[in-house]
Design a protein around this ligand. Structure first.
Ligand SMILES: NC(=O)c1ccc[n+]([C@@H]2O[C@H](COP(=O)([O-])OP(=O)(O)OC[C@H]3O[C@@H](n4cnc5c(N)ncnc54)[C@H](O)[C@@H]3O)[C@@H](O)[C@H]2O)c1
Length: 347
């Protein structure tokens, strides 16, 4: 099969990893171009991907690189504009989460996708490709824990990465859109239901810098779903021990848990300090397999003309829920999420 020619756009913390995945780890794909507005990332790309054209300008890459698809790992507030540009240039699109940072731009981009029905647009909610979360989904769907009552989901970055989080703060769009959006998507997928209301709390417990962006360094939200299940989300920037991504689903006949101890591997150290397990320290380490499997799925969808397993509508739902949670946090209020909005927009 002729490989899919893919351009990787954005070569930062995640984009570089996606570019390496495309270049070295996927079947039926070729890293055909890379693009970054950051000079030192372009210099590093020249070395990492010899012979691959490196662009400083996205529009130029779209015009000159003869691509089939792009993988967008650009800042969250660029995603919708970058998706539209790729669609206009005739390309398939894989876009990192969140779909957008404003509801209107998400609605516009969904309309644009509907106008290009033969082009795949897939969102990067990689937890849906993680082997552990997939097993939870399979057991849940098989009814093994009865009726799900509560999803409890934590996403907390390691304290050791706080400098990066503070530098990224102006672009992060806030904890709910940047971090908790993964938990919102996960709950929608696991429960196969949509939330109807949200209340939220949190604050700046360690770093006042977040307050300047009307955000907290740690936030929480409680959501009710249409099927009466509950979701409790905790998202933050400072787990002392490492990257704490943890989820529990409590059902009427049992519970399923993922990552309650975020251990790096199976090693346990028994020494003068007691018994210790090493913790994973970041998203690349914890979700390496999931990031590769989601891009492989994207490539196969493009080549085989199949629908994306994570859609632009899923992206919109994630953003819509995150914005509602942000509103609930900022106004200290209960925010309702009308279910009708989803049906109206899907038409
Ligand atoms: N799925 C996940 O778990 C996960 C993890 C990390 C980041 N992300 C998402 O990935 C995206 C990027 O995050 P990051 O942490 O890698 O950011 P980053 O700041 O490290 O990198 C951003 C990159 O985008 C490039 N860029 C900015 N504007 C551009 C433009 N107009 N044209 C071309 N390139 C441009 C920059 O040069 C840089 O290479 C964000 O949307 C973030 O939410 C997702």
């Amino acid at each position: 099969m002729k490989p899919l020619r893919v351009g990787a756009v954005g070569l930062g913390r995640l984009g570089k990893f996606h570019a390496e995945t495309l270049a070295f780890h996927l079947r039926d794909a070729e890293l055909a171009a890379v693009c970054s507005v950051t000079p030192n990332e372009r210099a590093a790309a020249e070395e990492s991907f010899p012979g691959t054209p490196v662009f400083a300008n996205y529009e130029r890459m779209l015009a000159e690189a003869a691509l089939d698809a792009v993988v967008l790992s650009t800042p969250s507030d660029c995603h919708c504009a970058h998706i539209k540009m790729a669609l206009a240039a005739g390309q398939h699109v894989f876009c990192e989460k969140p779909l957008g940072t404003r509801e209107e731009e998400c609605v516009e981009v969904m309309a644009c996708c509907r106008a290009h029905p033969n082009q795949v647009v897939m969102l990067g909610f990689m937890r849906r490709f993680d082997p552990s979360y997939r097993e939870v989904k399979r057991r849940l769907d098989a009814g093994e824990i009865g009726r799900p009552m509560l999803v409890r989901s934590y996403s907390v970055d390691p304290a050791a990465a706080i400098d990066g989080a503070l530098a990224y703060l102006p672009h992060s769009a806030g904890q709910f859109l940047d971090m908790a959006v993964h938990d919102f998507d996960l709950a929608r997928w696991l429960l196969d239901s949509e939330p109807v209301s949200v209340v939220a709390g949190g604050g700046c417990y360690a770093h006042e810098a977040f307050a300047a962006h009307d955000d907290g360094d740690h936030v929480g939200a409680f959501l009710k779903f249409e099927n009466q299940a509950m979701l409790f989300v905790f998202a933050g920037r400072m787990a002392a021990h490492g990257y704490q991504v943890e989820t529990e689903v409590i059902g009427t006949e049992g519970s399923l848990r993922v990552g309650t101890v975020p251990q790096r591997n199976h090693v346990e150290i028994l020494d003068g300090h007691g018994v210790r397990r090493l913790c994973s320290q970041g998203f690349l380490e914890r979700f390496e397999t999931a990031y590769r499997d989601e891009l492989q799925a994207f490539v196969q969808c493009c080549l085989e003309g199949k629908a994306a397993p994570v859609t632009v509508e899923d992206g919109w739902c994630g953003t819509r829920i995150a914005l509602a949670a942000q509103r609930a946090y900022r106004d200290d209020s209960l925010v309702r999420l009308p279910l009708t909005a989803r049906g109206d927009l899907a038409k």
